[in-house]
Design a protein. Structure first.
Length: 143
């Protein structure tokens, strides 16, 4: 969530609106939210993610959304000493690129940011081969 010195992707009012939509119009919310976070360039992935959301009971989806959007774990970043690769897409409406660099600055261990030039929050759904290539490179495998 956005704060005075942090751009997290959503303002409190955005999150409250999202929670209200889950409670009052769950089916429409699943399709709209999926399109927003997956990205419009991958309609099959949008439909797949929307279908997975619809398989949840609305109260479970609401609890999960509250956990995701209201939890703040920035304070644990400085405790991470394991080498870390942060994968970020260039056009992620849920998590702006600034979050990746914020994390990198605060992680104590060696950390790198890998930017994928694609839309959406779920590159494993939209560009899986590219993501596998990136991860293969990070892990030292031939791509």
């Amino acid at each position: 969530m956005n704060g005075d010195d942090y751009e997290g992707g959503f303002d409190r009012s955005d999150i409250e609106g999202l929670m209200n939509n889950i409670e009052t119009n769950f089916t429409n919310w699943t399709q709209a939210f999926a399109a927003m976070v997956v990205g419009g360039h991958a309609p099959a992935a949008v439909d797949k993610f929307a279908a997975s959301l619809r398989r949840m009971r609305p109260e479970v989806a609401l609890a999960a959304a509250k956990t995701v959007f209201y939890c703040d774990h920035r304070d644990v970043l400085e405790k991470i000493s394991t080498p870390t690769t942060i994968v970020q897409t260039t056009r992620d409406v849920a998590v702006p690129t600034s979050v990746a660099y914020f994390m990198q600055e605060r992680i104590r261990g060696k950390s790198t940011v890998e930017i994928m030039d694609t839309d959406g929050h779920f590159p494993h759904l939209t560009v899986p081969k590219e993501l596998l290539g990136l991860l293969g490179g990070v892990l030292g495998f031939e791509s």
